[in-house]
Design a binder for this molecule. Structure first.
Ligand code: NAI
Ligand code: CS2
Length: 487
């Protein structure tokens, strides 16, 4: 089968017409995963199509994904995105990528050399929550993180994203090259602030003068990113090959909806992503919080309780009225009241749209995928809202059930007694707790004692502990579906 670079694509594929030869690598992106392909790279592609601009992207995977980078090269750095609505699909060819690197394929020095090229103005990231090597509860660098310990011992030979950024900035400073902007596009609350804290904490341990230079000269804009992009499966790639007319192993499918709100704070210029629908604002934090709590919070709730209830995909959970109602109530009763939004924000319309997006039957978004890395997700998706309700004395039963669902899920056995493949950087800690307690309700307090997830305040709050304990017991006794119905 011919590859996509042959441009013998089906008529329906929307092809860009801008001259790729004019592009320069002005962005180095860490994390050529599913999401970036359907979000930042696509926004950049659409911007390039609308205005005269030379912003191209060099794609880097620091962990895994060697095959994807090799495949991307074999395809002349072209790939397609299938935007799947409930009734129709648009397929777009993306041509905004100029080159790609992988430390395993090209060496770490090649990645650092690219990051220190003079015209590189932005280093952006979709490296998952754990990629920041930050303590989820405090948002500061986790100095006990294995990658950080290794990188601090050998800062000029980094492995972590934080280590690469600090070393690249050090080299730029030494060579008298202006710094780049560090732009996080991960689902991390105040993602720019967390990136900044991790980079500065790390730099301070390496060289305090370098840290002061970074503090004075580098910006870390916060961004709110939104588009549901499930991991590609065999089925996705087969469908894309049919739609495109040639095989595209870098192809990705996603929903039609997309949103990107960016803090306009760049030290070396930025693309006009607004012409492709992004919004530049002075303060992203309220939008980030709204999205993390309403969308991601209810997503995690549906992932744990949905998986336990036997639903493989988010759209499957939406076929059960109890789950649908609980997700909407989670958004409107547990999360919306905790937000401080600019005047005119219609949270009910937002929640209604979210339910509609979750229902999209064309998207096979696995509950198991969203359930991953809960230790990194729970604090920002549920922790802040919980503390709000506990302080106000208001109802938080949806949050308690969500946390109990997560606890039961990391017990690593389904309601039918089959093993669950729990993926989480803290999985060994969960295994040790369950080895001691079994699925017994006494596991609740042991899990709540994990400070990196729950801080020290929540375990001390009787109302909270007993609500989670009751919810967990209900899931044990009656199962997840009945527990959700009880809400
Ligand atoms: P993915 O699994 O396809 O890609 C993960 C990427 O992270 C890979 O490029 C990998 O190299 C990199 N990575 C993993 N661990 C790392 C580490 N410790 N240090 C540096 N890089 C590391 O996942 P996907 O779907 O691309 O999501 C990535 C992130 O994007 C999510 O965690 C989330 O924060 C954000 N996001 C994802 C959305 C989605 O629907 N998929 C939507 C909105 C945001
Ligand atoms: C999901 C998100 O995997 C997850 O944890 O909640 O990736 C979600 O799909 C996106 O944030 C939507 O923008």
């Amino acid at each position: 089968m011919k590859t996509i670079a042959n441009t013998n694509l089906n008529e329906q594929v929307i092809r860009p017409t801008f001259a790729r030869s004019n592009l320069k690598t002005r962005i180095v992106h860490l994390g050529f995963g599913a999401f970036h392909r359907a979000h930042q790279a696509l926004f950049t592609n659409e911007m390039l199509e609308k205005i005269n601009s030379d912003w191209g992207i060099c794609e880097v995977n620091l962990f895994g994904g060697e095959d994807l980078i090799e495949q991307l090269r074999a395809q002349d750095h072209l790939y397609t995105v299938a935007e799947k609505g409930a009734e129709s699909t648009d397929v777009k060819l993306i041509a905004s990528v100029t080159e790609s690197l992988h430390p395993t394929l090209d060496g770490k020095a090649a990645v650092l050399a690219k990051m220190t090229e003079e015209q590189v103005a932005i280093v952006s990231m979709t490296i998952t929550e754990k990629g920041y090597c930050a303590d989820p509860a405090t948002g500061r660098l986790d100095k006990n993180n294995g990658l950080i310990i290794a990188d601090l011992a050998n800062p000029q030979d980094p492995s972590s994203a934080i280590g690469y950024i600090v070393e690249a900035l050090r080299q730029r400073r030494e060579k008298g090259i202006q710094p780049f902007t560090v732009m996080s596009c991960d689902n991390v609350q105040e993602n720019g602030h967390v990136a900044r804290a991790a980079v500065l904490d790390f730099a301070n341990l390496v060289d305090v003068e370098l840290a002061s230079w970074i503090e004075a000269n580098v910006t870390f804009p916060c961004t709110m990113v939104d588009r549901i992009v499930p991991a590609a499966t065999e089925e996705t790639l087969t469908e894309i090959a049919e739609l495109v007319g040639v095989e595209d192993l870098c192809g990705i499918a996603c929903e039609p909806f997309r949103q990107w709100v960016i803090e306009d704070n760049f030290v070396a210029g930025r693309p006009d992503w607004n012409v492709a629908g992004a919004e530049f604002v002075s303060d992203v934090v309220p939008f980030e919080e709204m999205k993390l709590r309403m969308l991601n919070g209810s997503h995690s709730f549906l992932a744990y309780l949905g998986f336990l209830g036997g639903y493989a995909h988010i759209s499957d959970t939406m076929t059960n009225d109890d789950y649908r109602t609980a997700a909407f109530d989670m958004m409107m009763k547990a999360q919306a009241p905790t937000l401080n939004m600019p005047e005119g924000t219609d949270l009910e319309a937002y929640a209604t749209l979210l339910i509609e997006r979750f229902t999209n039957p064309s998207l096979k978004h696995q509950t198991w995928q969203i359930a991953m890395d809960g230790s990194q997700k729970i604090p920002q998706r549920m922790g802040g809202s919980l503390r709000h309700h506990l302080a106000q004395g208001t109802d938080f039963k949806w949050l308690a059930m969500g946390i109990a669902g997560w606890m039961r899920y990391v017990g690593a056995v389904t309601e039918q007694g089959e093993a669950i493949d729990v993926r989480d950087p803290m999985v060994e800690q969960f295994q040790a707790i369950y080895a001691e307690h079994g699925l017994n309700v006494s596991a609740v307090k042991a899990l709540l004692s994990i400070e990196a997830i729950f801080g020290t305040d929540l375990i001390a709050n009787e109302t909270f502990v007993s609500a989670v304990t009751d919810a967990y017991q209900l899931i044990l006794d009656k199962g997840a579906r009945a527990a959700v119905a009880s809400l």
